[in-house]
Design a protein around this ligand. Sequence first.
Ligand SMILES: N[C@@H](CCC(=O)N[C@@H](CS)C(=O)NCC(=O)O)C(=O)O
Length: 232
Amino acid sequence: MTWTHPITAKWPARHPERLQLYSLPTPNGVKASIALEELALPYEPHLVSFDTNDQLSPEFLSLNPNNKIPAILDPNGPGGKPLALWESGAILVYLAEKTGRLLSSDPAQRYQTLQWLMWQMGGVGPMFGQLGFFHKFAGKDFEDKRPRDRYAAESKRLLTVLDKHLAGRDWIMGSDYSIADIAVFPWVRNLIGFYEAADLVGWGVYPEVARVLEAFAARPAVQRGLAIPPRA
Ligand SMILES: N[C@@H](CCC(=O)N[C@@H](CS)C(=O)NCC(=O)O)C(=O)O
């Protein structure tokens, strides 16, 4: 092994030459695994279990002080040196630039891909996530439904923006599948699947989003990435 990192005390690298992924198949976690599968990069996945609060362990915090998955450690980062990285949006940009795929090299296309990626990171993720809390998890028992309704309204607005944009396009960036799709569609899938919020957001009125979600879910790399790392 040519590198060391405190995280390996809890998650030893069996293939230290490969990119190390620390994750769980949640809507943020699968962005990294789907991208890695799509790019066919050799990598070693490690399960960060929330059941045992692994994300709060000193070993995990040594790599990501923000205690959230996904995180990666690339032994062969820029300049051939190891690179530790967290925040799924940054990880997607890094993987795309490392391979020269999933992010256009045309400057205008590139900025617009990043625009949709930021839209997911700053809008879709936080809003859908809060809606999940108030609709499906602990917040569902709160008597005051105003927080839930606020996040439902914002989620509907975001879905409407996406639906209009996708009309006449195969993917968010048109004919090119990109990291913007990998960021957005796991969250849409989760909203109407695991969060069971289809009725709440009026799922039937977003036919373009439904069409592209179906195409996304049919991709073999997506199907593989959704189950990585396997939950023990
Ligand atoms: N902005 C972060 C959010 C990551 C995030 O919220 N991850 C969740 C799972 S989807 C997590 O690790 N939660 C663990 C915790 O909060 O303790 C990213 O996109 O990477």
